[in-house]
Design a protein around this ligand. Sequence first.
Ligand SMILES: Cc1cc2nc3c(=O)[nH]c(=O)nc-3n(C[C@H](O)[C@H](O)[C@H](O)COP(=O)(O)OP(=O)(O)OC[C@H]3O[C@@H](n4cnc5c(N)ncnc54)[C@H](O)[C@@H]3O)c2cc1C
Length: 423
Amino acid sequence: MRSSEASSVIVVGAGVVGIACAHYLSKAGFKVTVIDKGSVASACSFANCGYICPSHVPPLTEPSAIPLAFKSLFNRRSPFRVKPSLNPAVLNWFWQFTKRCTHKQVLSSGKHLQAILDASMAEYHALIQQHRFECEWQEKGLLYVFRTEHAFEEFAKGDKMLTEHFGVAATRIDGANLSKMEPGLNDDLYGAFHYPSDTSLRPDLLNKHWSEYLKQQGVQFLENCELKDVRKESSRIAGLSTSRGDMSADHYVFAMGAWSTHWAKQIGCSIPIQPGKGYSVTLDRPANAPSYPMLFPEEKVGVSPFETGLRLGSMMEFVGYDTSIPPYRIQQLRDAARPFLRASVDGEAKETWYGWRPMTWDSLPIIGPVPQMGNAHLATGHNMLGMSLATSTGKLIAEMLTDQKTHIDAEPFSPARFGKKEL
Ligand SMILES: Cc1cc2nc3c(=O)[nH]c(=O)nc-3n(C[C@H](O)[C@H](O)[C@H](O)COP(=O)(O)OP(=O)(O)OC[C@H]3O[C@@H](n4cnc5c(N)ncnc54)[C@H](O)[C@@H]3O)c2cc1C
């Protein structure tokens, strides 16, 4: 094991993944600086649904994704939407994605995702137990709730696959018992699946308290510090030019979420990421609000109850780096949740939000050394699961930088799987 004493690291990107990298690197003895072009965790890690969900093993690359994407070309209101593009990088991304939408890929990517999901969950339990961050951590599991028998039985097939291939088991709850378990749900629903090992938290609170703790440990966070250029010398990074001046360190970790792909040429490796845009609306906590975090798969919406609020989140739009929040999307979130909940979802929006999920074409994150760039690592591409995968990602990065054996097999996440040249 290499001594990390006096070694310094710059982490670029202060989303949940950058924060987690800073945590494990600081714990390993590195002097850590985190830079972000905005403020800490103000991008995709800010107002997402906050599920830490080892039950989310099946990747997005599943056979049903292709007809869904095709139909969405003609329906701009579809929750899963692909906007046609002639950009070669976008076309190639979709071609690679489409090729992987097979049952075989579901099983192979699912196996790798499960390893990092489970390892992350173990790390979260240890982190929360040790630091008691006030982030509304809940161990109630995750409910998948259905209105119709048809949708329930369709979901049951996926649930069976989860049990048989991955050992992830849910409890079936029929309609009669559902509103006893969760009085916040309407009485006329068909049933639900409950995944008891999932947990949830309020993402902005986790990021706030976690980064504050790290500052106390000596980690430096530089906000409004935008990476502008990467200076290289003989297959190593010599330094960074930023909006706050030049800076250098022994190691560099790039955790720039959906923006990562813009740095592929500079860093010298392919980073095939497309932004997968989603939205949320957060309301004041209404009367009769539910207590369980839950998903309504028929409507593709997630509900996150917080102590003082209720968040509805959803959508997966491949529309490029679009920053708009169309009012109809927020209305769709409310309309989708209304038939399920006793509480009113029509209260004033305290916050409307969009986030760009960093989507890879094989549904796996990109974690590991940049090929042929001695002192650079990537920690990005966490798709729909960045909150859930952050802790194990940070631990992997710290293990890699100290030449330790990694706690899970990191090979499937290696940046080398995409080759050197940006496509
Ligand atoms: C609606 C919705 C719901 C979701 N729900 C969940 C959920 O329940 N559970 C879950 O696990 N995941 C969920 N996700 C996914 C999760 O939010 C993301 O996977 C995760 O936030 C990605 O984290 P990140 O740190 O990689 O990226 P980000 O949080 O986007 O952070 C990247 C950072 O890099 C910075 N940056 C970029 N370029 C530069 C530059 N040039 N210089 C300096 N800084 C730069 C950005 O400012 C940003 O702060 C959800 C996403 C959405 C949209």
